[in-house]
Design a protein. Structure first.
Length: 175
């Protein structure tokens, strides 16, 4: 009896540890709502993202205000914006994340590569938009009142041949 209790406790500890590691890996490639991508909070700097994701394979200043960083191995591209005319690669905040690898999933379990039918099952209120931000709007937000309170997708699913090709998280510049 005593051995069975000890064996059960050891088995429980081992399975819990394994589950935690698996959950940790899954969390690394999870998009939480439209606020956190793989552990990086929207609005974070490239330095913050690098702390979580490691050094990007690509880092390029696109303009006076924009910087793009990419991690090819995990299929993630981040766009940083700094309207102060400083250095967007060091001071910019994360405003767009594009996840295009089958590793990525939303908090509800929608993965890159899933079918549009699965999208409908998980996001019943999702609507397809052709103009502006084309794709399936999974979470809809509004820009700031100073910019007209326009609707935009906080979380968007881009599709290719009725499959999810990428998940895109956007943050309005004034948030």
């Amino acid at each position: 009896m005593r051995i069975a209790v000890i064996a059960g406790a050891v088995l429980l500890l081992c399975s819990t540890g394994f589950g935690d590691a698996r959950n940790e890996r899954a969390a690394r490639f999870t998009i939480v709502g439209d606020r956190v991508v793989g552990g990086v909070r929207m609005g974070a700097t490239l330095v913050d993202a690098t702390t979580v994701l490691g050094m990007p394979d690509l880092k390029r200043r696109l303009s006076r205000y924009e910087c793009r960083a990419g991690w090819r191995m995990i299929g993630l591209t981040l766009l940083f914006l700094d309207l102060s005319n400083s250095d967007p690669c060091s001071r910019g905040g994360l405003v767009r994340a594009t996840a295009a690898s089958a590793r990525w999933q939303t908090g509800k379990g929608l993965r890159v590569g899933d079918s549009v039918a699965r999208l409908h099952n998980l996001y019943r209120s999702a609507r397809y938009h052709r103009l502006g931000y084309p794709g399936w709007w999974l979470i809809t937000r509004r820009t700031c009142p100073t910019t007209g309170s326009q609707r935009y997708p906080g979380l968007l699913a881009r599709t290719v041949h009725r499959r999810i090709g990428a998940l895109v998280v956007d943050l309005a510049a004034c948030e």
